[in-house]
Design a binder for this molecule. Structure first.
Ligand code: SF4
Length: 291
């Protein structure tokens, strides 16, 4: 049985960078614990590993009084940095460079006199952080219907939540073009999600079964399963290698592996190692049968 990995899988660049930075902060902390404002990653096994290594999450509304704080990939409002430093905390900034770009774009649009429209979820930490850069001076809409409810505008500058689908962004921008004489659209969508999806679709065409590693409730992992299925493959979502049932691999010549954006490399490696073991057992059984 051959085991193929998707060309792009697992952590996106921004999350990987934030996790690496957490370990760097720990190295420099002289033994002090590191806290993140909210979980660094939505993956139970990775959160437990981080906590075991002294990197734990706290409620963003209740930062500690001392020690080191890591800002997550979603970023925060500039006021949050000031408050943390005013408490005497040492701050490491794990904001994803793509999110930094969106924050700068929002500020730039505001300074150029545009009315800023952000397309995304107003309760998402990334959007709350961006709003902090422009003193909450933006309209936030999550879809075309909400865009249609905006007042009549003159000069509109639009930015998107980094994980928005390009199709949805285009549709909302079309609505805005009907409502304002000038619309400046900023390309702030990150292609990390789309890269994993395109890679699992390619993989699906080359294998009999795809295992997607990810949390049961992870939207992007479930979308990878759907993408593999719509490309014609049998696909299953698993969280750990213990969930692999060898019976599912009985008539499988090639198995593919993909992973959601919250799945750490070490978990991917454990799944691949388990598949190699199953493959070797299958080979041994076949050899015995033919003897
Ligand atoms: S913007 Fe893209 S690369 Fe950055 S954290 Fe979000 S999904 Fe990851």
């Amino acid at each position: 049985m051959e085991i193929l990995l998707a060309d792009s899988l697992g952590f996106c660049m921004g999350v990987k960078r934030a996790v690496d930075l957490a370990y760097l902060a720990r190295e420099r902390s002289g033994g002090l614990p590191i806290v993140t404002l909210g979980p660094l990653i939505h993956n139970t096994q990775e959160t437990e590993r981080l906590a075991g290594d002294g990197i734990s999450a706290v409620d963003p509304a209740q930062p500690p009084d001392s020690g080191m704080v890591l800002i997550r990939a979603h970023g925060v409002a500039p006021q949050a940095y000031e408050e943390l430093r005013a408490r005497g905390l040492k701050v490491f900034d794990g904001t994803c460079p793509y999110v930094h770009y969106s924050q700068r774009k929002a500020l730039e649009l505001k300074r150029e006199g545009y009315e800023v429209v952000i397309v995304g979820d107003r309760n998402h930490p990334e959007i709350r952080g961006i709003l902090g850069y422009i003193d909450d001076g933006a309209f936030v809409v999550k879809n075309e219907e909400e865009a249609r409810l905006l007042p009549v505008l003159e000069r509109v500058g639009v930015i998107a939540q980094t994980t928005l689908s390009p199709e949805k962004y285009a549709a909302v921008c079309d609505v805005l073009r009907d409502r304002a004489p000038e619309v400046k659209v900023c390309e702030t969508i990150c292609d990390a999600t789309e890269e994993n999806q395109a890679a699992v679709r390619d993989l699906a065409g080359a294998v009999d079964l795809v295992f997607v590693i990810g949390g049961r409730h992870s939207a992007n992992s479930n979308k990878l399963v759907d993408a593999a299925r719509s490309a014609g493959a049998r696909a299953m979502l698993i969280e750990t290698p213990e969930e692999i049932d060898p019976a599912d691999l009985e008539r499988v010549g090639r198995v593919g592996v993909s992973a959601g954006a919250s799945t750490p490399d070490w978990m991917i490696a454990r799944v691949v190692a388990e598949l190699h073991e199953i493959a070797q057992r299958k080979d041994r059984a076949n050899a015995e049968y033919t003897e």
